[in-house]
Design a protein around this ligand. Structure first.
Ligand code: ADP
Length: 159
């Protein structure tokens, strides 16, 4: 059984994330979507809310589980009995960061491999920050996130 860990902030999950999950499932037997508890990043949704959103969006998918981690990703990957980290690549700007991180991780533990899945053309501009900005000012995010996520965004910004 090949298990891949797909880590990120997912604040909130978008169609771009869902696309990566679906495509990772074509390569791996199981995908663990891992919500990172990054203390440096201020998030709109709590970890529990982000997990609930991912669970809801993937509930029809077999072989997907959702979890969270704090601390070293490599430790979490080991805990899940995996040796693969999946990340998505959008623009060249993602590359620099991912390249550095992948090399750093390999230095720490060369048994863990990073696998990059190229974005779908339609989602190359899509990230959670843009979604939040659009929703904050009342723009439509219908084509960017599942309908129930759009509703949750509206509720957040109404508060
Ligand atoms: P992080 O803060 O760790 O980058 P994100 O939630 O922004 O967390 O992203 C998680 C992963 O999903 C990253 O590998 C990112 O490149 C990927 N990703 C996000 N949006 C897209 C998209 N539209 N197309 C492809 N990959 C994406």
């Amino acid at each position: 059984m090949r298990t891949a860990v797909y880590p990120g902030s997912f604040d909130p999950l978008t169609f771009g994330h869902l696309d990566i999950i679906k495509r990772a499932l074509r390569i791996f037997d199981n995908v663990v979507v891992a919500v990172g508890e990054n203390i440096e990043k201020e998030c709109l949704f709590s970890v529990a809310e982000r997990i609930a959103i991912i669970k809801e969006a993937t509930k029809g998918m077999k072989n997907v589980s959702v979890d969270h981690f704090s601390g070293l990703l490599l430790d979490f990957v080991k805990k899940k009995k995996s040796n693969v980290i999946v990340r998505g690549l959008r623009a060249v700007s993602d590359f620099e960061f991912e390249f550095q991180r992948a090399l750093m991780n390999r230095k720490v533990d060369s048994s863990v491999e990073a696998v990059f899945i190229m974005t779908r053309g339609a989602y190359c501009y899509l990230n959670s920050s843009i979604v939040k900005e659009m929703a904050r000012y009342g723009g439509s995010v219908k084509d960017l996130v599942p309908a129930f996520v759009e509703k949750k965004l509206r509720e957040k910004f109404r508060q």
